[in-house]
Ligand binder design. Structure first.
Ligand SMILES: [Zn+2]
Length: 244
């Protein structure tokens, strides 16, 4: 019964509470996002984006600041402030890297509030959200839609025609498991069909773990996106681009 309930719950989360953004600008958009925000994403990641005159989106858990996550040293407050000053977007990722599909709404509301307090204390302005683990259910999707300008999930692939602002689909950019052919094909599809491809990754180092990227892989994706004349925009800026 539990598994049937879970299946129904997942179906409901995917197919209800949608907020459609039409993608009809002609030109494709590629966004680069970094979850948990390891220190290397703030440094190597941001620098690479900036060398392509592009900016990214960084989803922060205040509870990970100055800590270690998956063996990777995490961001400092100063690093986040520098990102914001340089035009990158800072987003929420819950305070405690909470699995939103399992948490009670009371716990989740408290965790979101705690992260908002962290942002306010450190003078960081945020409006968007990424679900940790890409995990969500209908109640958390609905609650997030009231608190944030958008919510990003994982799910893979690009989006064409329209995108659900309450569950923006994103594609892993992992050195270990994302093939170069996949990256090329997705950017080509995005460019040809005027879609929106959102990449997500974690650390940016020469020897990343399973959930990180290398400077080479990140740069290759940036280069292809530029060669195919895609816009490269942080997620919130991309939404404004499609709306205007
Ligand atoms: Zn995460």
């Amino acid at each position: 019964m539990i598994s049937l309930y879970k299946k129904l719950s997942r179906f409901a989360a995917r197919h209800f509470a949608q907020r459609w953004l039409p993608l009809r600008k002609g030109r494709g958009v590629v966004s680069f996002t970094f979850d948990d925000v390891p220190a290397s994403a703030c440094q190597e990641g941001a620098q690479l984006l900036e060398s392509y005159h592009a900016r990214g989106t960084f989803y922060v858990c205040g509870g990970l600041t100055d800590g270690i996550e998956q063996t990777q040293p995490c961001h400092s407050v100063q690093a986040l402030q520098r990102l914001a000053e340089n035009g990158h977007e800072i987003g929420c990722h819950t305070f405690s890297h909470t699995n939103c599909a399992n948490a009670s709404m009371a716990l989740l509301d408290e965790d979101w509030r705690k992260n908002q307090d962290f942002f306010e204390k450190n003078e960081l302005i945020t409006s968007g959200f990424a679900f940790p683990f890409g995990a969500y259910d209908l109640p958390s999707k609905l609650s997030a839609s009231k608190l944030f300008s958008y919510s990003r999930i994982t799910a893979g692939g690009t989006q064409v025609g329209r995108a659900d602002l309450n569950a923006l689909r994103a594609q892993a950019l992992y050195a270990d498991s994302t093939e170069a052919d996949t990256i090329l094909a997705l950017i080509q599809q995005t460019a040809t069909e005027g879609g929106w491809l959102i990449f997500y990754s974690h650390e940016v180092t020469a020897t990343p773990g399973l959930w990180g990227t290398t400077p080479e892989q990140l740069e290759s994706a940036l280069r292809i996106a530029r060669q195919l004349s895609c816009e490269i925009l942080p997620v919130q800026k991309a939404i404004e681009y499609f709306k205007n």
